[in-house]
Design a protein around this ligand. Sequence first.
Ligand SMILES: [Zn+2]
Ligand SMILES: [Zn+2]
Length: 390
Amino acid sequence: MPIINRISDFHPDMTEWRRALHAHPEICFEEVWTGDFIAEKLRSFGIEVSRGLGKTGVVGMLKGQGNSPRAIGLRADMDALPMPEENQFEHRSQIDGKMHACGHDGHMTMLLGAARYLAETQNFDGTVYFIFQPAEEGGAGGKAMVDDGLFEQHPIQDIWGMHNWPGLPAGDVAVNTGACMASADQFAITLTGRGSHAAMPHQAIDPILAAASLIQALQMVVSRTTDPLDPAVLSVTMLNGGSAFNVIPDTVTLGGTARAMVASTRAAMEQKIRDISALTAKAHGCLVEVDWQPGYPPTVNTETEALRAADVARAVVGSNKVHVNMPPSMVAEDFAFMLEERPGAYIWLGAGEAVEGKMLHNTGYDFNDDILPVGASYWSQLVESELPRS
Ligand SMILES: [Zn+2]
Ligand SMILES: [Zn+2]
């Protein structure tokens, strides 16, 4: 079954919604206009709406025909990015310094399109929850919804996500049967020595030299202590210290990110970074403080659900357009927090060639409206397949 005809019928409506959302970008837990827009649309389709999970989250609930207790959740992210938009088309951002540069406007629209179709047809048995989640871009809105009781308040048994992907042909689908994105933790390490005149280093405890040693030593975390077949990244991305050519400073701070695909590797990396920091500082006579900020966990699809997602995608877009187990990416995604609670799968939906390199998070990016019916059809077909009528 290809794109659902009825969904093609409201492609013009979806395009209009998508562009309205694009013109009104809201960031990290500020998605109030966006939440109003979604809630109004869901209610107009006859779907029950609850708001406030994860501050600005919106959840729509729709029962199908029959009495099955089975329930699934479909999730779209709502937030934009704090960056300027350089596009000049009519639906460009109306809010200075904010932009839907990751396509979450399209994600919301595809889920709204599916909601409208499913409310019209109700050709399923069970309950579907349409989950609109705030603050994906660094705010851990997915965790906020889980912490606020998403899975206690709603008997959701498995959970499904989707992201558009420029560079993958438009309408193609990619899905992995295990980890598809990495964890992303941040660290800041402060080395404290003793400042002095640069001409008299023997009177100092030099934190600059200690920082140089530490950056070198940290390279062994990935290269020497993790399995070469187990992806991990450690990047030192910030180095701050010193204020004059002839002064050895008291302190230096370095910071960066550590990423892994497997929870145990993630934990081992943290411990190794702490150990190496402590021992390197000691060798230099410095004091050290490691400020560890846990971020998103790895995004891990459960195999059964990933294979079912691939089957549904094949039914919608054709077998030759579905790619299973593409190389995973070391970026991170807070849908991971939902996948820690329930089985499920997160797919990439191809957005087509990135025009002039305008990928996600580029000031010239725009969601490809051509794929709106593909995503909405995938969602609808997934519901009919996961919640079949007996
Ligand atoms: Zn993004
Ligand atoms: Zn995104």
